[in-house]
Design a protein around this ligand. Structure first.
Ligand SMILES: Nc1nc2c(ncn2[C@@H]2O[C@H](COP(=O)(O)OP(=O)(O)OP(=O)(O)O)[C@@H](O)[C@H]2O)c(=O)[nH]1
Ligand SMILES: [Mg+2]
Length: 219
């Protein structure tokens, strides 16, 4: 058992070395990189479809999509007109910094303001693997239960923003918005909590304002 601990540490250290390299590239090219994480189906791609469409005249944006299989999400993103690259992890539960570094070859980095990374749907592993991002963003949808921040604390501890998605479904589910928010804030007093709906557009303007500020502070 004890031999496994150094192996895990080595994997994370190797990941962090490349993540540091990525941060330097993003700094030099002045690209805001955001790592979107959530359980499967919480609405990451739906958020991207909205954002890429609504802000297309404001920012030059592109997406790296991570999924176990299929290029479904890259196709959905490409339909908005934004450039998308799909990584299939084929069983891997997260994206790592080496995969992101490889994918950068597909983009003209001088023509980019914001790079979104849609991580593999999973509330555990993506939080451990830095991909050189400026911010981690966690989506939690109201159909998943309000206890998720308590059960998966690290994800919420390290995220700058928690987007509570699918609030249009609140009348049909038992989801205590205040309790989920309070637990997230207990784990991270600075986390911005925004209840949104990618279906009907509720509060997306507040998400866009946050994005504008994050982009501005990168300069
Ligand atoms: N009612 C409702 N449905 C939503 C909302 N946002 C997304 N959905 C639906 O939720 C389902 C999953 O959305 P996706 O955007 O594919 O979720 P995802 O997080 O990208 O999923 P994975 O990439 O598979 O992890 C789809 O059927 C969406 O139409 C919302 O705000 N309200
Ligand atoms: Mg998706």
């Amino acid at each position: 058992m004890s031999a496994e601990i150094p192996i895990v540490r080595n994997v994370l250290e190797a990941n962090d070395r490349i993540a540091t390299q990525l941060k330097e590239i993003f700094r030099e090219k002045n690209i805001l990189c955001l790592n979107l994480m959530s359980s499967p189906g919480a609405g990451k791609t739906s958020l991207l479809e909205r954002t890429l469409t609504d802000l297309r005249d404001e920012f030059r944006m592109a997406v790296i999509e991570g999924d176990l299989q299929t290029d479904n999400d890259a196709k959905r993103v490409a339909a908005t007109g934004a450039k998308a690259v799909q990584i299939n992890t084929e069983g891997g539960c997260h994206l790592d910094s080496g995969q992101i570094l490889d994918s950068l070859k597909s983009f003209d980095l001088d023509e980019l303001d914001i790079l979104f990374v849609e991580n593999v749907g999973n509330l555990v592993c993506p939080a451990e693997f830095d991909v050189g991002e400026d911010h981690k963003i966690t989506l939690l949808s109201v159909t998943e239960g309000d206890d998720k921040p308590e059960k998966y604390p690290f994800m919420f501890h390290i995220s700058s923003v928690m987007l509570l998605n699918k609030v249009d479904l609140l009348p049909y589910v038992d989801f205590d918005l205040e309790s989920a928010t309070a637990h997230a804030r207990k784990l991270n007093k600075d986390i911005l909590v925004l209840p949104i709906s990618c279906r009907n557009g509720d509060n997306l303007d507040q998400w866009y304002d946050w994005l504008r500020k994050a982009r501005e502070s990168k300069k």
